[in-house]
Design a protein around this ligand. Structure first.
Ligand SMILES: Cc1cc2nc3c(=O)[nH]c(=O)nc-3n(C[C@H](O)[C@H](O)[C@H](O)COP(=O)(O)O)c2cc1C
Ligand code: SF4
Length: 509
């Protein structure tokens, strides 16, 4: 028998491009106050039942400030309050877990006990934006991913032994004694045989579990809780959306993007045989069922939309044609907005160190999700051509669902050009808003030259990767200035970084 794991390929071997080129920040062409007032960027837009006062959008960003139990902390409230100071049209609260299961310091909404904290967050955003900013929350489900194991532990505890392993060891060692050895002896034997033997004896999935940490897939139909996802997720999302509404949010963004459960249903890789995988019509079925259940249980006043990918940017993944098909289906189902991201997958992530978990933004697809100045072609607005195709398809289907574009947008000129050209209806700027939450207001006030500009080198993303409190490297230049509340700047756990940027005295609305 030829051991089935004889040749292992992981797309991570196709690493990030070797070319390192530092792109200059685009010329901002900051507007005068009058030009801003007449711009499309600062004109209102309807998102179904919700009117945003401007077309400016701060996409979801996880800041790692919740408690270990997923509760809102004062730091979470301060974080969103600080974004509200800049009065974006829409501010989206970070990916928030819909289940009532331990998930570390990731915000959660899987039980009513989370409501008081979420209400405090809503109140703060209302207060600090003068009631202007519409507040949405991103609802996420994710599957289990384990840390990369110590090989010894993996072979002794995690590997599910089956006859092929025993046979593989027998062939590798040319020793027939393994046929009658105990399971524990076989485990020990494989472990001691070393890495070349492991590569030959394990199948592809086991090899990946060993090298990267075990990660569930939505097509693992042999796992009962995975097989049951279509039965449980609509209710879980619907309950979370009801809670969001009762906490006072204006909208919910169903997280159908990046490396998580719903995006995996949409993926071309999804070959579930139960009517929820295979053809695009089947892959989009659960995302539509989730949306419909959510819409059924919330009031007509709540905006409901989703974030999904224009391209997964992985081998065998969904492409723009799939995204256009999904966009049409979502728009026709009645979603109130479509927010478009790109990439951010586990499949091409870098191998984590032993004891750490893979992070879906470390490979080429991650770079597309959060493009940096150190990439081959320009990081600025690079998702917009795909966003445009999605919007065109939505319009061709007779719908006018607003489409949000994001990815390397950080100037007035870029934002306005994208809106005027019809690439998108709202402009998302995550890292630029992180670098300077006041930048929207500065532009509106004709104070563009005071904008602290993101330099797109992803210091913030590096912190996110380590699940450390996310901050911007540029904030620390103002280390001594007081916090927005007027007190000593609050510092990160390591004491070295500001937790929110200093206030901008010139940015009074
Ligand atoms: C620290 C950090 C955390 C993020 N967390 C989320 C998240 O929770 N949900 C999400 O959809 N995208 C998340 N993103 C991706 C951003 O929303 C955005 O799509 C990406 O940064 C590209 O936009 P930008 O170029 O304007 O930054 C995160 C990005 C950063 C930098
Ligand atoms: S840390 Fe760097 S990439 Fe992140 S927001 Fe600040 S300047 Fe931009």
């Amino acid at each position: 028998m030829i051991p089935h794991g004889a040749l292992h390929f992981h797309p991570n071997t196709a690493n990030r491009p070797a070319t390192i080129m530092v792109h200059e920040l685009p010329d901002p062409h900051w507007p005068t106050r009058e030009a801003a007032a007449q711009s499309r960027l600062f004109s209102p837009v309807e998102l179904g039942p919700v009117r945003a006062s401007t077309r400016s959008w701060v996409p979801a960003m996880v800041p790692w400030r919740a408690t270990e139990e997923g509760e809102v902390t004062q730091d979470v409230v301060d974080w969103y309050g600080r974004f509200a100071d800049g009065r974006p049209g829409v501010l989206v609260v970070e990916a928030t877990g819909i289940r009532d299961i331990p998930s570390g310091p990731l915000l959660r909404i899987g039980h009513d006990r989370f409501l008081p904290g979420l209400r405090r967050l809503v109140d703060e955003v209302r207060r600090r934006s003068g009631g202007e900013t519409r507040l949405f929350i991103q609802l996420i489900d994710f599957l289990s991913i384990r840390r990369r194991p110590e090989p010894e532990k993996y072979f002794r505890r995690f590997l599910q032994l089956h006859p092929a392993h025993r046979e593989g060891l027998r062939v590798w060692t040319q020793d027939d004694r393994w046929a009658k050895a105990s399971d524990d002896e076989v485990r020990e034997g494989i472990w001691r045989a070393g890495e070349s033997a492991w590569s030959a004896i394990l199948d592809d999935r086991e090899w990946e579990d060993l090298q990267f940490g075990a990660r569930q897939r939505v097509w693992d139909m042999h796992v009962p809780e995975i097989a049951e996802l279509p039965a449980v997720l609509p209710t879980l999302f619907a309950q979370a959306a009801q809670r969001a509404e009762s906490a006072g949010f204006d909208g919910v963004e169903l997280h159908y993007a990046h490396a998580y459960t719903m995006a995996s249903f949409l993926s071309r890789q999804n070959d579930r045989p139960d009517g929820y995988g295979g053809l695009p019509e089947a892959r989009v079925r659960l995302p539509l069922e989730v949306y419909e259940r959510v819409r059924d249980v919330v009031s007509p006043k709540l905006a409901v939309g989703c974030r999904f990918l224009s391209d997964e940017v992985i081998q065998g993944g969904s492409r723009i044609e799939d995204a256009c098909f999904y966009a049409e289906a979502f728009a026709q189902a009645g979603m109130d907005f479509l927010s478009v991201s790109k990439g951010g997958k586990f499949e091409d992530a870098k191998q984590p160190k032993v004891g750490e978990a893979a992070y879906p933004y470390t490979g080429p697809s991650g770079l597309e999700c959060m493009p940096t100045v150190r990439m081959e072609s320009t990081p600025f607005g690079r998702n917009l051509p795909l966003v445009r195709q999605i919007r065109d398809r939505v319009h061709a289907a007779g719908c006018a669902t607003p489409v949000v574009g994001a990815g390397g947008i950080a100037t007035f000129a870029q934002a306005e050009a994208a809106l005027v050209a019809g690439d998108c209806d709202l402009v998302g700027a995550a890292r630029q808003s992180l670098a300077d939450p006041d930048w929207w207001l500065k532009m509106r006030n004709g104070r563009g030259e005071a904008v602290r500009r993101c330099i797109f080198t992803n210091y913030c993303e590096g912190l996110d990767q380590k699940h450390k409190q996310v901050t911007c490297q540029l904030w620390d230049r103002e280390f001594e200035r007081p916090d927005p509340g007027g007190g000593e700047p609050k510092r990160s756990h390591d004491g070295k970084r500001r937790l929110v940027p200093a206030p901008d005295e010139g940015s009074k609305p």
